[in-house]
Write a protein that binds this ligand. Structure first.
Ligand code: CP
Ligand code: NVA
Length: 298
């Protein structure tokens, strides 16, 4: 049985298949196969979401299935029912599950007990659907990732940074992470991934000659208690005109959204690259349809 629990666990050939099919789903919207015909997919979310929720609900519907949105706090899980019991119940009723939560092990435990295709829709450790989409968006605008330089600026210990680290190792592009010491990637993640990753406190060094500048919020969901400290420590790690000037002249700027202007990116740079950023948001729909199709493919 297939799952998408992390980019760490996704084989390169499967990643390539998903990226290729995403193009078809995008260009044949309204006229593509409906492999989820007659199916119900549960979406169990313990954190807020705009893009992930809407893109999966619309995507499942357009693939012929029915999304069943479950706020994790509204079901018995929120009152302490174990993940493995929730999984065994849902596994007998629905055909697949999409989970947004805190601990990566909860998504993995759910998949193990539910015995239905399961997608990680963001955990504290990874956001695989987002990075697959980011790569699809880059390829759509600039072609192959081979030999490219991607620079991630900001919270280098975040779920987004981790998924980029695993993607870089698999796809063979150079990843640079500019982050202050307390928010640099965990050595264990770098070691597990392998690949070429430059980790530095120096934003200019990381941005020089880059093909893609990428950032994410400084305060991820679940880290609100650290907000004041994070805003202070991360304050120099912003994408703005002076950083962009160091990148390649045709460098793309991407953001997974939501964006906090004046924090990880300034208003002017965000608006100058809004077309890319909102294409990236739209592409969640197309790429996740390909993920769903891959999960149910024989
Ligand atoms: N980028 C992303 O996953 O957005 P949401 O939190 O709105 O789903
Ligand atoms: N790192 C962010 C990503 C939001 C899509 C968070 O976890 O809140």
């Amino acid at each position: 049985m297939r799952h998408l629990l992390s980019l760490e666990g996704l084989a390169l050939e499967d990643m390539d298949w998903i990226l290729l099919q995403s193009r078809g789903f995008k260009h044949q919207r309204g006229n593509h196969p409906r492999p989820l015909q007659g199916q119900t997919w549960a979406m169990m979310f313990a954190k807020s979401s705009t893009r992930t929720r809407v893109s999966f609900e619309v995507g499942i519907h357009e693939l012929g299935g029915r999304p069943l949105f479950l706020n994790a706090m509204d079901i018995q899980l929120g009152r302490g029912e174990p993940v493995k019991d929730t999984a065994r119940v849902l596994g007998r009723m629905v055909h697949g599950a999409i989970i947004r939560t805190y601990a990566q092990r909860d998504v993995e435990e759910f998949a193990r007990y539910a015995q239905i295709p399961t997608i990680n829709a963001l955990t504290d450790e990874e956001h695989p659907c987002q990075v697959l989409t980011d790569i699809f968006t880059f390829q759509e605008k600039r072609g192959s990732m081979q030999g490219r330089v991607v620079t991630f600026i900001g919270d280098g210990a975040s779920n987004m940074a981790n998924s980029w680290i695993f993607a870089a190792a698999k796809m063979g592009f150079e990843l640079r992470i500019a982050a202050p010491r307390p928010f640099q990637p965990a050595p264990a993640v770098l070691q597990r991934a392998g690949g070429r990753v430059m980790v530095t406190e120096n934003v200019a060094e990381a941005a020089a000659g880059s093909d893609l500048l990428y950032t994410d919020v400084w305060v991820s969901m679940g880290k609100e208690a650290e907000a004041a400290e994070r805003l202070k420590i991360l304050s120099g790690y912003q994408i703005n005109a002076s950083v962009l000037r160091l990148a390649k002249p045709d460098a793309l700027v991407m953001h997974c959204l939501p964006a906090y202007r004046g924090k990880e990116i300034d208003e002017e740079t965000f608006e100058a690259h809004a077309t890319t950023i909102f294409d990236e948001a739209e592409n969640r729909l197309h790429v996740q349809k390909a993920v769903l199709a891959w999960l149910v493919a024989k």
